[in-house]
Write a protein that binds this ligand. Structure first.
Ligand code: ADP
Ligand code: MG
Length: 253
């Protein structure tokens, strides 16, 4: 079982979006038995992206010991399993997250963590064997990513790489080379900034299911393929899809 924490120094860089789509891709595209854990206690961000509203039993309860971890796990229509956090405002000691996760049985456990270096983020990182760093291509985010990378190295975690999110290609953005030099970690996937993410979140679905054949869905699936060692072959665009893209290009000229 591989346990991977999705972490960042700065908030809002796309951890939850990537965790949700990575887990959905592993389940739906690559048929891996995968569990998504929302370790953002009391925020339930992953639930919001998945349209999941059953908070009767959540990770909070499993950590408190009022249910076992299997009772807090749900199976979603994608086939992926999901352990939500609850929206209840309660103080919980997440220290024993690692022990609870060790009881699970799956190919992949993906942990969506809190941002930064607080207790919640630390224990999420500690509960995983592998770490995927998420950052956007700007100095504040990369500077904070570097702090988390240092922490992950001190915890002797295996850093899979950086998923570079919300890339627009504007000149002012840091380049992949600059980010790799600053962090001494490889960028394994570039994910563009794309309004389809906002549309899919509004529809409460992972973008890989809401719009499986758009560019950002391809990039999300490529990330899952790289992590799992599987092959993802990008489908060829149909005649109509190509015509539409050419039309769009001409309109932009
Ligand atoms: P985090 O979990 O790191 O706080 P989220 O995944 O919640 O970040 O994303 C923060 C916001 O950024 C959300 O509103 C989401 O819609 C948006 N977002 C994330 N990734 C992208 C992307 N590639 N393109 C456009 N918007 C994105
Ligand atoms: Mg989040």
């Amino acid at each position: 079982m591989r346990t991977i924490a999705i972490v960042s120094g700065k908030g809002g860089v796309g951890k939850t979006t990537i965790a949700v789509n990575l887990c959905a891709s592993l389940s739906k595209v690559f048929n891996k038995n995968s569990i998504l854990i929302d370790a953002n206690l009391n925020k339930a961000d992953a639930s919001l992206q998945l349209g999941f509203t059953d908070y009767s039993l959540a990770l909070n309860d499993a950590i408190k010991g009022s249910c076992n971890i299997f009772e807090s796990m749900y199976t979603l229509p994608t086939g992926m399993k999901f352990i939500p956090s609850s929206l209840r405002d309660e103080k919980i000691n997440i220290k024993n997250l690692k022990g609870k996760i060790r009881k699970l049985n799956a190919d992949y456990v993906i942990i969506d963590s809190a941002s930064g270096m607080g207790k919640e983020a630390m224990f999420a990182m500690n509960a995983a064997d592998e770490i995927l760093i998420v950052t956007t291509p700007d100095i504040p985010a990369v500077k904070d990513a570097l702090r988390v990378i240092t922490l992950a190295k001190n915890l002797r975690k295996n850093i899979i790489g950086i998923a570079l999110n919300k890339v627009t290609g504007e000149k002012y953005e840091l380049s992949v080379k600059e980010i790799e030099m600053m962090c001494d970690v490889q960028v394994i996937q570039i994910i563009p900034e794309d309004v389809k993410i906002n549309e899919s979140i509004a529809k409460e679905m992972p973008v890989i299911l809401y719009n499986p054949n758009c560019d950002i869905s391809f990039e999300m699936k490529k990330l899952a393929a790289k992590i799992s060692g599987e092959t993802f072959v990008q489908p060829k665009l149909s005649f109509f899809q190509r015509v539409f893209k050419i039309d769009l290009f001409l309109t932009l000229l």
